[in-house]
Design a protein around this ligand. Structure first.
Ligand SMILES: Nc1ncnc2c1ncn2[C@@H]1O[C@H](COP(=O)(O)OP(=O)(O)OP(=O)(O)O)[C@@H](O)[C@H]1O
Ligand SMILES: [Mg+2]
Length: 296
């Protein structure tokens, strides 16, 4: 069982060492990622936070080998359950979608507009198990939608993406990501395209999935409020490097690097929300505290 790997060998789900990624841009070579190292164990959420252009997405896309080979040159190691996908790019095909899934940033554009939610979920299910019957795939699709708390799953399966709200679509994308029973989720700004009030419900869902499955999460965000809520460890990225790494509490409560301190001064304010992921109350205007603290 893949999920037991971390326990059996004591190795993390993901180990990245001295990852370097150079992008062949028209203006010249950009070293977008300049020697980063981190690891994620079962049940852990590790966050990379940093400003726009710091190299967060390049890191995530690089370890998933989703950067075009003619554009990106990678060195270092990125081991998924011991398999180094930098040394052997083909190895990632075995892990991607099965043991590792990606939750993309923009739910509005990530799904095909001409296929129903059901068709897209069934395809994800059958990718995992091609011999599954149509009826079983449909049942599994409905079950996945129920798991991400989409009301009336059977009815939603017949709808097209444009008929669902952004928050509901992101839940569908999480359901699709879970179709292959992954051990690791890579979430690149999974909530930044959503309304602040909807963001909280999605983060809550990810934490619930993690609690139920022990899945590891690599979270990419520019939002310290999001990082604080979900992370075990935080790596602060600037110009392709980690300027500070540590336990979430240390980074948020006692940042050492001036850049981290600067990021913390731009703390967003998510409103409080119900434990059950229900609609949030209207956020009260607050002086200078972080509303997120209330849910921890
Ligand atoms: N296709 C590309 N061609 C050339 N340079 C690129 C390309 N994609 C990204 N870059 C450069 O690589 C660096 C890192 O970009 P990246 O998208 O990883 O940052 P990011 O931290 O994810 O930013 P954001 O918060 O805006 O998503 C930036 O300097 C960016 O300009
Ligand atoms: Mg990005």
């Amino acid at each position: 069982m893949a999920a037991a790997f971390d326990d059996e060998t004591g190795r993390p789900l993901l180990e990245v060492e001295e990852l370097q990624i150079e992008l062949m841009a028209e203006a010249g070579v950009v070293r977008a990622v300049d020697g980063v190292s981190f690891h994620i164990r079962r049940g852990e959420t590790v966050t990379i936070i940093g400003e726009s252009g710091s190299g967060k997405s390049t890191t995530a896309m690089g370890i998933l080998r989703l950067l075009p080979p003619e554009l990106a040159v990678l060195s270092g190691t990125a081991r998924f359950q011991g398999v180094d996908v930098i040394a052997d790019p083909r190895a990632v095909r075995e892990v991607r979608g099965r043991s590792v899934s990606l939750i993309p940033q923009d739910p509005m554009t990530a799904l095909s507009p001409v296929h129903t939610i059901g068709q897209q979920l069934r395809e994800a299910v059958r990718l995992r198990d091609p011999r599954m019957s149509k009826a079983d795939a449909a049942a599994r699709a409905a079950e996945l939608l129920a798991r991400v708390h989409i009301p009336d799953p059977r009815a939603q399966l017949r709808r097209y993406p444009h008929q669902l709200s952004g928050g509901m679509l992101q839940r569908v994308l999480i359901a699709i990501a879970l179709a292959g029973s992954p051990v690791l989720l890579v979430a690149d700004e999974p909530t930044s395209a959503l309304d602040v009030t909807v963001q909280a419900g999605i983060l809550d869902l990810l934490l619930e999935v993690q609690e139920n499955t022990g899945i590891g999460i690599l979270m990419i965000t520019h939002d310290i409020g999001v990082a604080r809520l979900v992370s075990d460890r935080i790596h602060v990225m600037k110009d392709g490097r980690f300027v500070e790494s540590g336990e979430a509490e240390q980074i948020v409560d006692d940042p050492r690097d001036p850049y981290t301190k600067k990021l913390l001064t731009a703390v967003p304010r998510l409103g409080p929300w119900d434990e059950d992921g229900g609609p949030p109350h209207a956020p009260e205007p607050r002086a200078d505290s972080v509303a997120l603290e209330e849910v921890r």
